[in-house]
Design a protein around this ligand. Structure first.
Ligand code: SF4
Ligand code: SF4
Length: 170
């Protein structure tokens, strides 16, 4: 793991905060509403990825050979904020990697997370860019943008609420 940020402390912190405050967060109508809106946008993105066969391309690629995606070290892009949001969305965030030389959150069936970093969402490899036409790529990027905006709206409400309760992630 030399040179790679060790995310295990962030995962442990997110699980502690979720155990302590998760119930309160989910009971707050404003936060629960923003979380539900974010989930709907994630589902819309995943639906579009499926309709355009991007999900199938990625599954086949990962099965065939290791592409430039989901490498060991990518887990370092995550800290308490997105990890806690994943827990709030019901994701079982793993404490350790499942696959050798891969991102800690990758699995044989793809990414285990629902709330993803913008780098994960915005990367389309040259093969996918070549297969999709401009309109399809634009539609994907627009939907990714809607998902990221919904995440930002949630963070804008959730993070000050956490800070006010002494939770820090820096
Ligand atoms: S984006 Fe491209 S390189 Fe990455 S997993 Fe999908 S098909 Fe493979
Ligand atoms: S998509 Fe998931 S598995 Fe891939 S780098 Fe991002 S978090 Fe890791």
């Amino acid at each position: 793991m030399a040179g790679k940020r060790d995310v295990s402390r962030d995962i442990a912190q997110a699980k502690r905060v979720f155990a302590e405050l998760g119930g309160q967060i989910l009971a707050r109508p404003e936060l629960a509403g923003l979380l539900a809106r974010f989930r709907r946008q994630i589902e819309a993105t995943n639906r579009l990825f499926g309709e355009m066969d991007v999900a199938a391309d990625c599954a086949a690629c990962c099965d065939r050979e290791k592409g430039p995606c989901c490498f060991d070290g990518a887990q370092g892009w995550y800290d308490l904020r997105l990890l806690l949001i994943n827990l709030l969305l019901g994701v079982q965030v793993p404490d350790r990697p499942e696959l050798v030389d891969d991102c800690w959150f990758n699995s044989p069936t793809g990414c285990k997370l629902l709330a993803k970093d913008s780098i994960c969402l915005n990367f389309f490899c040259p093969d996918i860019q070549a297969r999709l036409n401009d309109a399809e790529l634009l539609a994907l990027r627009q939907q990714v943008g809607r998902e990221l905006l919904a995440c930002l709206d949630l963070e804008t409400a959730l993070l000050p609420w956490l800070r006010a309760r002494g939770v820090s992630w820096i």
